[in-house]
Design a protein around this ligand. Structure first.
Ligand SMILES: Cc1cc2nc3c(=O)[nH]c(=O)nc-3n(C[C@H](O)[C@H](O)[C@H](O)COP(=O)(O)OP(=O)(O)OC[C@H]3O[C@@H](n4cnc5c(N)ncnc54)[C@H](O)[C@@H]3O)c2cc1C
Length: 437
């Protein structure tokens, strides 16, 4: 049997590895000139890497952890010791812990309401959630407007959603928000560093996972092969890329939904993978490099949250014993405005903000920006955002094969949707579907 896999992110490479292990002839067609998709490494100093894409993982990411071990990689803890800096609705302040200096009762109430809606969702089939139609029509912006009157909770909510989903409240349905939070392990796990989804990073960068998987697959992975069409006749499938035609008895399309829909299927799909309402998560990552993690000398953790941007939050992503890396997250509408600036203006805005937030620090010695918004082969970072109507229309078909076409990608996983863990689980599921084992 032979299978063509479209996309060499974690999902496609996992599917290909599982299929190859079962003796199946496999070819992976990747559009970019690199593997790894939404994981990507930047060498910020000789031998020291920053994650320009996905970075964090926690104990519940069991498939990812076992892949890291199988590939001989290690993890490093994400450092979160010291005081935080907050600039939310006023000038910057230094605060113990990670809780913002806003009305604690109002924020507690917001989290209770989020918890309630998250616990009510059917994670395995969100479209079967009680009241799914109403929750799928309502945006998170409308929800907060109706449910949460306190100005501090309203100020904090978009920052929370930006951090969790790289989304503006107007861009996601309540059903999707609730599903996403539930699928990722619940609000507390998703939001936490120690004991949560941000506890660790892959030593040397998350992109190493895909590089090592691809190295094992060798010349079965073809770079620079954007796929344009998949044609099925009888039990043969023909996959047309810009560089030629590849045949197989099954195809795994391991792409986010908006990109899966750019491929022409013959015969056509009964239900498209996305709709006009499907949004792109919007994230720009900024990495500021210092000779060492200098903020620690001032009792700071490097963690900050700001409502005035461009960096809505910063995290200490320094490799142990190496340079200091402060990673800044620009998300949602702030990311769209930031990405529209020319390079020097964007850099100036970041430096001005960093000087306000961390006046003790000198200017960084390195500055790296990764704009995922305009990336033609991602279209949605951290992940696609299901807008009003999407779960009820496309949800029930997300993993249903179309003849010999099978679907993978983190957006097809109801467990850890949008995360590396979801991508790996989806790749395994697609391989099992094809082989029946
Ligand atoms: C800034 C950022 C931060 C993130 N943070 C985290 C985090 O901390 N923890 C976490 O777990 N996750 C995080 N994520 C999400 C994580 O990166 C993704 O969930 C995961 O990498 C998705 O893998 P995938 O294989 O499903 O998709 P992708 O990685 O998108 O892979 C799809 C592949 O298909 C290729 N492709 C696209 N179109 C075509 C075509 N027509 N023909 C052939 N190939 C094509 C693409 O180039 C790509 O290589 C983050 C993502 C971003 C961008």
């Amino acid at each position: 049997m032979s299978v063509v896999v479209v996309g060499a992110g974690l999902a496609g490479l996992t599917a290909a590895t599982e299929l190859a292990a079962r003796g199946i002839e496999v070819t992976v067609l990747e559009a970019r000139d690199r593997v790894g998709g939404r994981t990507h490494g930047i060498e910020v100093a000789p031998g020291q890497w920053a994650d320009a894409g996905a970075a964090y993982l926690g104990a519940r990411h069991t498939e990812l952890k076992s892949l890291i071990a199988r590939l001989g990689l290690a993890t490093v803890p994400t450092t979160m010791e010291g005081r935080s800096r907050f600039s939310v609705g006023g000038g910057p302040q230094t605060v113990d812990g990670r809780f913002p200096p806003l009305n604690a009762i109002a924020l507690g109430g917001l989290f209770e309401q989020l918890d309630e809606v998250t616990k009510a969702v059917r994670q395995d089939a969100p479209w079967l959630t009680a009241d799914a139609e109403r929750l799928d029509r309502l945006t998170a912006a409308e929800w907060i407007e109706r449910q949460v009157p306190h100005p501090d909770a309203r100020l904090f909510f978009p920052l929370f959603l930006g951090e969790m989903m790289a989304a503006d409240p107007a861009d996601v349905s309540v059903l999707h928000m609730a599903f996403y939070l539930c699928s990722g392990g619940g609000i507390r796990y998703l939001n936490a560093f120690q004991g949560g989804a941000q506890e660790e990073r892959v030593d040397g960068g998350a992109h190493r996972l895909s590089e090592l998987l691809a190295a094992k697959l060798g010349d079965r992975v073809l770079l620079g092969h954007p796929v344009r069409a998949v044609e099925q006749t009888g039990d043969r499938l023909r996959v047309h890329s810009d560089r030629g035609v590849h045949e197989g008895e099954a195809v795994v399309v391991a792409l986010p939904p908006l990109l899966a829909d750019t491929i022409e299927y013959r015969p056509g799909l009964p239900v498209p993978r996305s709709s006009q309402a499907t949004g792109r998560g919007c994230a720009v990552k900024v990495q500021l490099v210092y000779p060492e993690p200098l903020w620690r000398e001032h009792g700071l953790s490097g963690w900050s949250v700001s409502s005035d941007g461009p960096l809505l939050s910063t995290v200490d992503d320094s490799p142990p014993g190496g340079v200091g890396i402060l990673t800044g997250f620009v998300t949602g509408s702030e990311a769209r405005s930031f990405a529209a600036l020319d390079g020097p203006s964007a850099r100036q805005a970041v430096l001005d903000q960093t000087r306000r937030l961390f006046p003790q620090l000198p200017d960084p010695i390195g500055y790296h920006v990764t704009d995922w918004i305009s990336d033609e082969y991602s279209r949605g970072c951290y992940a696609a955002l299901f807008g009003p109507g999407d779960w009820l229309t496309a949800g029930p078909h997300l993993t249903t094969p179309h003849g010999g076409v099978h679907w993978a990608g983190t957006e097809t996983s109801t467990e850890f949707f949008g995360l590396m863990e979801g991508a790996i689980r989806s790749g395994r599921r697609a391989a099992e579907e094809i082989t029946g084992s």
